[in-house]
Design a protein around this ligand. Structure first.
Ligand SMILES: N[C@@H](CCC(=O)N[C@@H](CS)C(=O)NCC(=O)O)C(=O)O
Length: 224
């Protein structure tokens, strides 16, 4: 499988965590390397004109992060048999992914006063959704949302909670159950290894860059 994306810490995180944790082999490919042209030229040819995209067997292209995560969940044999429980898990997945904007673009790209304004404007909405996610965890006695298995919903929630620490590390501290959830995720096989190996995101709010193979690159959709 090929996961095609950009220089960002955003919608490619949860799929990668799910794949690493479940021994699904994949290659992470930058859009310009995959398409052999700039993103501006490749974009109009894509079905939904955005990334990430998962390419399977060199012939199937799956776009939309939730569809990618659900496909990977199925591939890993993690589907929830009970339709009610499955639908509830999907609701949590969708609610987690709704944290994407403005959190992810702000952390990856905003600088200076723009960063500070966006950070302060989104605080309340983030806290509300964090509380809702914490309530879901409080509804059962297991480690994760459905049981003790991490699936798409868990990896998506983890990513956004983790990214919020780059926006404002104090936010998550009001939610002890979410902190326990995050620490349980990091104890899963290969996850710590993934978190330590992935490109480091530095300069948030000032000059956001990803350190890829030891080299600092500005975040974005253009080749550097
Ligand atoms: N609903 C889509 C959103 C995808 C999205 O916003 N992708 C952004 C990067 S995170 C993108 O492709 N940006 C470049 C562009 O829109 O031209 C999903 O969940 O996959």
């Amino acid at each position: 499988m090929k996961l095609v994306y950009f220089k960002m810490r955003a919608l490619a995180e949860a799929p990668q965590m799910l794949m690493r944790c479940n021994d699904i082999k994949y290659e992470y490919v930058m859009s310009w390397a995959h398409f052999g042209e700039s993103w501006a030229r490749a974009k109009p040819k894509l079905s939904f004109k955005q990334l990430p995209m998962l390419e399977v067997n060199g012939q199937h292209q799956i776009c939309q992060s939730i569809a990618i995560l659900k496909f990977l969940e199925n591939t890993a044999g993690l589907s929830i048999a009970d339709p009610i429980e499955a639908a509830k898990a999907d609701a949590i997945l969708q609610s987690s992914q709704e944290l994407f904007a403005p959190l992810n673009p702000t952390v990856n790209f905003a600088i200076g006063d723009d960063f500070l304004t966006k950070r302060d404007a989104m605080r309340q909405a983030l806290s509300t959704r964090f509380q809702e996610l914490q309530n879901c965890l409080d509804q059962n006695a297991s480690k994760f949302f459905t049981d003790d298995t991490a699936r798409a919903a868990e990896f998506a929630a983890f990513h956004h909670l983790d990214l919020s620490k780059k926006l404002d590390p104090s936010l998550i501290k009001e939610f002890p159950r979410l902190e326990t959830f995050m620490s349980d995720i990091t104890e899963l096989p290969k996850i710590l290894e993934y978190l330590e190996d992935r490109p480091e995101l530095i300069g948030v709010g000032e000059k956001p860059q990803l350190i890829i193979d030891g080299v600092e690159h500005p975040t974005g959709v253009t080749q550097t």
